[in-house]
Structures are given as C-alpha cells and as structure tokens.
Design a protein around this ligand. Structure first.
Ligand SMILES: CCCCC/C=C/C(=O)SCCNC(=O)CCNC(=O)[C@H](O)C(C)(C)COP(=O)(O)OP(=O)(O)OC[C@H]1O[C@@H](n2cnc3c(N)ncnc32)[C@H](O)[C@@H]1OP(=O)(O)O
Length: 365
C-alpha cells in the first residue's frame, strides 16, 4: 500500500532512465568532487545542480539553465534522471526545487593535474576562477616538507551567461516551433515524464519559487507538495497557455484544479492568467510568501515539518489524493502525445507561437 503511488508512477515507464539517456544530446553524467562532508550524491551538470544533505535527507535541486530555465528536451531529460536517482536513494526523503539564486550561471569542468604546492586558491578576475588543492606531508622532525605530487581537481568556473530572475519560463517554446512531428512527440513524452515523476514522487517536495513561473514552470510548482514564493512584485505565476494561443492539456488542468479548485482554475485557464505573488497566495496557487532572501531557508524549515510525519503515512495519503489524476494520464499517454503533435504542428498554432516569440523579443527592444 505504501508504494501505491511509486508503483503507479513507475508502471508504464520502466527503463525510463535508459530511454531518457539516449535522448539526451549532452548525455553527460555528472561527476563532481565532494566539497562538504555533509553532502553526498552531489552532481553538477550543465542545467541542473543537486545537493543532497545526508544529515537531513533533503536534496536541493537548483535549475541553472540560462537565460530563463526553459524546459527543453535536454533539460527535462536531465531533470528526470536526477529525480529518478533521488527517488531510488532511500536516504533522500525530501526535495526542494529552486532556481540558482545568483544572476550568474556557472559552468563547472573538472581536470586532473599534478602539482607540488600546498593548498592554494587562485582567484583570477572573472570570468575565470581556478581553485586547486594538493596534499603535503610533513616529516616527523617537522623540518622537511615532503611535497607529494598528487592528482588534484581543478574546477574552472566560467561566468558565461546571466540567468534572469525566473524560477522557470515553462516549456521551451523553441521545442514546439518549427520542429518535426517526431521531435515534438519525443519532447512531449519528456514533459509527461517530468510531471509523472514529480507529481507521483514518494519524496516530500517543495517548490522554492524565487522568480517568475509561467506555464510549464507553474506546472512544475504545482506538481510539488508545497509552494513558497518570493514576495517580489516583478514575479508572476500561472498557466498562461491561452495567451500563447495554445491549450493546456487535461493533466495540467487537473493538477491546477487539485490545487486551487474548479472555479479558480476555470478563470485562470480560460483567461491564461499570470498572478502576482499576493494574488497567487489569495487563490491558493502558492502556500506562502516570504522575502526573496528567505525562500530557500523557509523551504528548508518547512521541509523539516513535512519530514516529521512518518513517510509511509504521508506517502499513502499523497497517493490517495493524486493517484486518480496520475492514472488518467498513464492510461492515455499515447493519445495525449498524438493530440499534442497534431495540435502543435498546425499552421495556425505555429503562427501563434511565432507571434508570441516575436512579442517576447520586441519587449526587450
Ligand atoms: C497543447 C500545447 C500545450 C503546451 C503547454 C505549454 C506550456 C508552456 O510552458 S509554453 C511556454 C510559456 N512560457 C511563457 O509564456 C513565458 C515567456 N517568457 C517570459 O514571459 C519572460 O521571458 C520571463 C518573464 C520568463 C523572463 O523575462 P525576462 O527576464 O525579461 O527575460 P526575456 O523575456 O528577455 O527572455 C530572455 C530570453 O529567453 C527567451 N525565452 C523566454 N521564455 C522562453 C521560453 N518559454 N522558451 C524559449 N525561450 C524563451 C526570450 O525570447 C529571450 O530570448 P532572446 O531574445 O533570444 O534573448
């Protein structure tokens, strides 16, 4: 019984990890050094960074895909792989999803070198910062220092692009514009997968929304168990699909109805409303507003309350609340993909997307 949700979500996509891996264009598994004794299972990859704190059982997943954390096929693939890894790790009980809080995006690369210096840190004017470390051995007399050449890790941080103040700008519109039906189908399957994994997760999940969160970004937020949003007048959240001339599918709608109720969802979806943080709180689209610099710490404090509830009781209850919604997509996945592909590839819809993209660009000018 305790695994109803997990089994339900896993049924129908066994071997997803391997399928997703071959879809990834980057396909780079993350190997990163351990910087903190508290943390393990850490991974650093181009679009997502995950830190699991072993002492609390809470993982923080940071989206770091400039400029706006849009959900491309590559991003979704990486997201699902990370989620699956955490789901399988029995020591991970809670997941916080957020966007990197700085304006800079970090590319991390690793290399091994041999050196004969003591520990040292070079800070070179951005964009390059080199950190290197070696081991030295002091003789028993304390007079001779035998410096051992050792393999050390060099992290090269390239400040390459700026990440806007967004949680996620939603689905990557470029994945839906001018693409072949096959590619659109592959993309949509990854969108489904992201939602199935998140909405059906056995972990307690909290969205720490530290930026705007339209459409697919909102879906990701309402796929979590709890939402904490930065109280910043610049940020908005909602399922605004109709504003793009497209239609949110039934499982986006169901997730919204489960969160805010039928009437608010109806208004919200038909008008494609994007809510300010206070308005989102008013309709229950988010659960709590806090000053921007407290979003993550509040999520961590809140998570400890969620984890105080015995896992099995929380998981069975979550399953009871969400299983029907999940099963509806599981039993209609192929039809949903077919619908999406035939809808999105229509000339009229492609024209709407082009106009929307032009509008986004002209707003900048
Ligand atoms: C049956 C079909 C169902 C499909 C369901 C669809 C779900 C979706 O999620 S559709 C995507 C909906 N998303 C949006 O409407 C958000 C659009 N973006 C924005 O409103 C803003 O970009 C912002 C508020 C998220 C951030 O604003 P700002 O910081 O001012 O950044 P810019 O607007 O200048 O954007 C920078 C850069 O990024 C491009 N971009 C923005 N959003 C997307 C996106 N969703 N996909 C792809 N690209 C996106 C934007 O065009 C800019 O590009 P450049 O001009 O080349 O720099």
């Amino acid at each position: 019984m305790a695994n109803v949700l997990r089994n339900s979500a896993k049924f129908g996509f066994s071997g997803v990890l391997s399928q997703l891996s071959i879809h990834s264009r980057h396909g780079r598994e993350c190997v990163s050094p351990c910087f903190s004794l508290q943390q393990r299972n850490n991974s650093t990859s181009p679009k997502i960074k995950v830190d699991l704190d072993n002492s609390t059982g809470v993982a923080v997943l940071r989206m770091q895909s400039p400029p706006v954390n849009s959900l491309s096929l590559d991003f979704l693939t990486e997201f699902c792989i990370n989620l699956e890894k955490l789901e399988m790790d029995k020591s991970c009980r809670g997941l916080i999803i957020t966007s990197v809080s700085t304006h800079t995006h970090t590319h991390t690369d690793t290399d091994t070198v041999t050196q004969s210096h003591k520990t040292m840190i070079h800070t070179i004017t951005p964009p390059v910062c080199v950190v290197s470390q070696t081991l030295s051995k002091v003789s028993s007399t304390g007079l001779d220092i035998i410096t051992l050449p050792v393999c050390v890790c060099v992290c090269v941080c390239l400040v390459s692009q700026t990440l806007s103040k967004v949680f996620s700008a939603g689905l990557d519109i470029m994945e839906m514009y001018g693409k072949s039906p096959e590619r659109c189908g592959e993309f949509w399957k990854a969108v489904q997968e992201m939602w199935l994994k998140l909405y059906g997760s056995n972990m307690a999940t909290i969205a720490a929304i530290n930026g705007s969160s339209p459409a697919g970004g909102c879906l990701m937020s309402i796929g979590c168990d709890y939402r904490i949003m930065a109280d910043n007048p610049r940020y908005s959240i909602g399922l605004n699909e109709t504003q793009l001339g497209i239609v949110a599918p039934f499982w986006f709608k169901d997730t919204l109805v489960n969160t805010v109720g039928n009437r608010a969802a109806e208004l919200s979806l038909e008008l494609g409303l994007l809510y300010s943080a206070p308005d989102a709180l008013k309709i229950g689209l988010v659960d709590q507003l806090v000053p921007e610099d407290q979003v993550l710490s509040t999520a961590q404090d809140t998570m400890s309350k969620w984890l105080a509830v015995p896992d099995h009781a929380r998981q069975i209850t979550k399953s009871m609340m969400r299983k029907q919604t999940i099963d509806k997509l599981l039993s209609n996945r192929e039809a949903d993909i077919t619908n999406f592909v035939s809808f999105i590839t229509k000339d009229s819809i492609q024209r709407s997307l082009r106009m929307y993209l032009e509008m986004l660009k002209s707003r900048k000018a």
